[in-house]
Every structure is written in C-alpha cells, then in structure tokens.
Ligand binder design. Structure first.
Ligand code: GDR
Length: 325
C-alpha cells in the first residue's frame, strides 16, 4: 500500500486529494498544526481514515518528525498562506510559510534518508503576475505581483534547485485558479456563488467586490488534484502548467452566477464596489497553456467555466436554503 503525506490537508485541495488517494488505496497522512481545531474537527469527520500528524511548515524539527512517522512514498506540499490579498498585509508570514516552508520540507526529506520519496510542490500561476507572454507555459518567465507570488516563485526555484543538486524526485504543478464548492469564502468565486445564492433567496440585496476587470483561467479543483497525482506517477519529475486555456473576467463570473441562480444578469444592480478590496498591485490577465500536461500526463479538464460556476451556485443555493429553514 503506497503512503502519502499531505500538507495543507484541511484546505480545498487537501480534501480533494485525500478523497482521490484514499480511493486509490493509499495510506494517507495529513500534516496539521495543533491549533486550528475547528477545521481539523470538520476534516476528521469527513475523512476518518486519514492519519493526522502534527507539524508546522515554519518548524523544521516538526517536519523531520512527521516524515519519520509517516514514512511517505509521496509528499504533496499544498500547505501555504494562500490568500493573495492577505499576503500584502502579512508579507513576512507569507514568505515564511509559503516560501521557506517547502524548503524546510525538502530538507526534512533529504535528512530523512528515504531516497525514493516523490515530492509534489503546489506552484502557482501567481508567479506569472505581470505576464511576459500569453498564454503562459512552463517556460514563461516569472514576474510576481504580490508577496504571495514572490514566495511561490522562491519555493518553485528551490524545488528545481533541489532536483538538480541532489537528484531528488520533485515535480511542481503550476496550477492556475481552481475552485469548487469546497473553496473558502474569501476567494472571489465562492464569494460570488454564496453572495448570489443569498440574493436569489432574498437573504441579501447585493454583494460587495473589488475590481470586476481582472481575468483568470478558472478550473475545477477536483480535476486539478488528479493532475498532481499523475505528475508523481511519471518516469521522470517535471514541472507542468495545469489550466483550462480559457479566461474570464470577474464580471463574467458574476453574470454567469446570476444566470445560474435564475436572476437578471444585471451586475450594476447586484454588485457594490468597495475600494478597500483593491490590491496594491493587481494581476490583470492570466491564461495557461497546459499542452505539456495534456501530451505527457494525458490530463484534460472535465468541467468548463459555466459548469464550474453552476456547480458552485447550485451548491450554495442548497446550503443557504437549509440554513434559512
Ligand atoms: P487569486 O484568487 O488572487 O487569483 O489567487 P482570488 O479569488 O482571491 O482573486 C481573483 C481575482 O478577483 C479579484 N477580486 C476579488 N477577489 C477577492 N478574493 N475578493 C473580492 O471581493 C474581489 N473582487 C475582485 C481579485 O483582485 C483577483 O484579481 C488564487 C489563490 O487560490 C492562490 O492561492 C492561487 O495560487 C491562485 O489563485 C492560482
């Protein structure tokens, strides 16, 4: 039975990946910090078969112990401080967790003398930031626009360097935005799907957003964790862009969500602007070229933009209706 250690196990991707690996017969270990009890409790209830091991990406000793306990064949590093807006307010914590965290985990694996471990790093399209070319591929130069993006770029380069220096088995997935009903409500897709569901049920009259102009390449998180697993099953480690190849603006997102809830797609009526939601530097337009993943991994997304938004809105309509009753 192969075993896998997942950091960030209670997050959106951690949950999808837990589900996937358990269904494939893995022994799954999740790294959790001691003090996020509510989240851990909820995760435990949903995934009673996952073993939890305590550790923190800011603490090398705890990572060494976690690797010792779990004895993983595969390590998926999904843990990070992942909300871009927050990274501007907590740049140092972001650099520590999101940037140095993966480096510490690589050191823990290197020191563990388990040479066969395969490592997945959650790299991000935020590294492309102020894009140098469109669409972005594995060879596009990075130009991050946030403390989060710079931390992810550091982590990405560290992974490449460890792969080349120590012959470690490391693959980085450069994932574009990936969403779904498990997404946290601070991210724009979930904020919109929840907000629109509440409007449709008469619980709210509007939702409040920052800029409606940024464009993103939004895919379904369930599809994206499958790509992570596929990357670690290859003969050689490599870095892969994972994206749908289609971009939509935040405005398109609102229109599609309103339609999915059966409301008039009248953005001016339902959305209020709050300038405090603008970021000091914005990423205007991201769209990925996932040809390598398609050709080498046989990976393709199964959910398109309208299907994704509809899945989230319908989920939040049910949720809002049940909490109202
Ligand atoms: P992003 O995701 O920064 O792309 O990073 P997010 O959903 O936060 O923002 C997407 C775009 O929407 C604009 N926006 C708003 N965003 C939020 N959160 N709330 C608002 O009210 C709002 N109004 C407008 C943003 O300015 C932005 O342009 C996500 C994260 O999951 C990262 O961790 C991950 O690495 C990347 O995707 C790929």
């Amino acid at each position: 039975m192969p075993s896998a250690l997942i950091t960030g196990v209670t997050g959106q991707d951690g949950q999808h990946l837990s589900e996937l690996l358990l269904s494939k017969g893995y022994e799954v270990w999740g790294l959790v910090r001691g003090h996020s009890a509510d989240r851990i409790q909820a995760y435990r209830q949903e995934f009673p078969d996952v073993h939890l091991v305590e550790g923190d990406l800011t603490d090398l000793g705890s990572l060494i112990r976690a690797v010792e306990v779990a004895q993983p064949d595969e390590v998926y590093n999904l843990g990070s401080l992942s909300f871009v807006a927050l990274s501007f307010r907590q740049p140092e914590a972001t650099a520590d967790v999101t940037g140095l965290g993966p480096l510490r985990l690589l050191e823990a694996i290197r020191l563990s003398e388990q040479p066969g471990v395969r490592f997945y790093q959650a790299s991000s399209s935020e590294m492309f930031g102020k894009v140098r070319e469109t669409p972005q591929s594995e060879s596009t130069a990075f130009y991050p626009r946030s403390p989060y993006g710079t931390a992810k770029a550091f982590a990405h380069h560290s992974c490449v360097n460890y792969r080349e220096s120590y012959d470690m088995w490391i693959s980085c997935g450069i994932l574009f935005n990936h969403e779904g009903p498990r997404r946290g409500s601070e991210f724009v897709t979930r904020k919109v799907s929840r907000g629109v569901a509440r409007i449709a049920l008469g619980l709210d009259t509007h939702l409040t957003l920052g800029s409606l102009e940024p464009r993103r390449d939004w895919g379904y998180a369930g599809d994206y964790v499958n790509a992570m697993w596929l990357m670690l099953q290859q003969e050689q480690p490599h870095d892969y862009v994972i994206a749908t190849g289609e971009a939509h603006s935040v405005r398109d997102l609102v229109v599609t969500a309103l339609q999915s809830a059966g409301l008039e797609p009248d953005v001016e009526r339902y959305v209020r602007f709050d300038k405090s939601l603008l970021r000091p530097a914005e990423v205007d337009f991201l769209v990925g070229d996932a040809s390598r993943a398609r050709d080498e991994l046989g990976w393709a997304p199964s959910v398109d933009f309208v299907g994704l938004v509809d899945m989230m809105v319908q989920h939040d309509l049910r949720l809002a209706a049940s909490s109202r009753d």
